[in-house]
Design a protein. Structure first.
Length: 228
C-alpha cells in the first residue's frame, strides 16, 4: 500500500538508520524511505566505512536523504566525510555545540541534533541555544552507547516540548508500538527513526518487517490526512 505523503499535510516521514551492507542497502532503496542513516562512529557495531564505499551511496536517489550519523566528531572531519559520501543531512549524537551546528548548517547540510531522554526530569530548556542552528531535533532513549538500544522512553514526556522545531522520534519503535504514534498527533513530530528493532544482525535490516512498518505508517498518514 502506498500513500502519496506529499498530498498529506504533516505526513510523517520514515528514516531507516544503521545501514552497513551494499546488498541490504539496495533492497532498502526499493522500499524508498525518506531518510537513510549511515553511522560514521567507529565504536558502533553499525559503523559502515569498512563495508560501504562512497560509490555505494551514489546509488541512493535524490529523493532519499543520505544522513551521516556522528558522535563528537571534529567539524572539519564531518565536512570532509559529508563531501566524500555526498551526504544531505548530518545527525549529531554527542555533545556537539551550537557553534558546530551553525558551521555545518552554513555549509548547506540539514542538521539533526540528537538528545537522549532518560526520564521525566529531562530539561527541554537545554535545546534553546541550538534552535537557530538546526533543522530538526531527534529524541532518543538515553544510553551510554549513543542510541541503538531498541528501548523506548516514555513518549508522554514529549508533551512538555514547545514544538518550535520539528523532531524525529527514535528509540525502540517497533511494529508493536507504532500505532501509539497517534498519541503524539498534537506535537511537532516530523519523522520516525528506526534501527535495531528491524534487524536480523547489527546493520542488517529485515525488509519484511520494514515493509510492514511502512504500511502501518501509511495508514497513520491516511488518518492524518482525513483529519485535516
Amino acid at each position: 500500500m502506498e500513500t502519496d505523503s506529499s498530498k498529506v499535510k504533516n505526513a510523517l516521514k520514515l528514516k531507516v538508520c544503521g545501514m552497513k551492507h551494499a546488498a541490504n542497502l539496495k533492497e532498502l532503496l526499493e522500499l524508498a524511505p525518506d531518510y537513510i542513516g549511515f553511522i560514521f562512529f567507529p565504536e558502533s557495531p553499525r559503523y559502515m566505512a569498512a563495508t560501504l564505499a562512497p560509490a555505494d551511496l551514489q546509488r541512493v536517489p535524490e529523493n532519499i536523504k543520505k544522513t551521516g550519523v556522528f558522535v563528537n566528531a571534529d567539524t572539519e572531519a564531518m565536512l570532509t566525510i559529508a563531501q566524500e559520501y555526498q551526504l544531505n543531512a548530518l545527525q549529531l549524537h554527542g555533545t556537539e555545540s551550537p557553534e558546530q551546528c551553525r558551521v555545518l548548517k552554513a555549509a548547506g547540510y540539514e542538521i539533526i541534533k540528537v538528545f537522549g531522554i532518560g526520564g521525566a526530569d529531562f530539561d527541554f530548556r537545554q535545546l534553546a541555544p541550538y534552535k537557530p542552528h538546526v533543522h530538526h531535533f531527534l529524541f532518543d532513549t538515553k544510553t551510554q552507547h549513543h542510541g541503538g538500544s531498541g528501548q523506548a522512553f516514555d513518549w508522554d514526556i514529549l508533551q512538555q516540548y514547545d514544538n518550535e522545531i520539528p523532531f524525529f522520534l527514535s528509540g525502540g519503535i517497533s511494529l508493536e508500538n507504532i500505532d501509539q504514534i497517534g498519541l503524539l498527533k498534537e506535537t511537532n513530530l516530523y519523522a520516525i527513526d528506526v534501527n535495531s528493532r528491524f534487524e536480523t544482525a547489527p546493520g542488517q535490516k529485515n525488509m519484511g518487517s520494514l515493509q510492514q512498518l511502512k504500511e502501518k505508517l501509511c495508514k497513520i498518514n491516511e488518518e492524518i490526512g482525513s483529519s485535516q
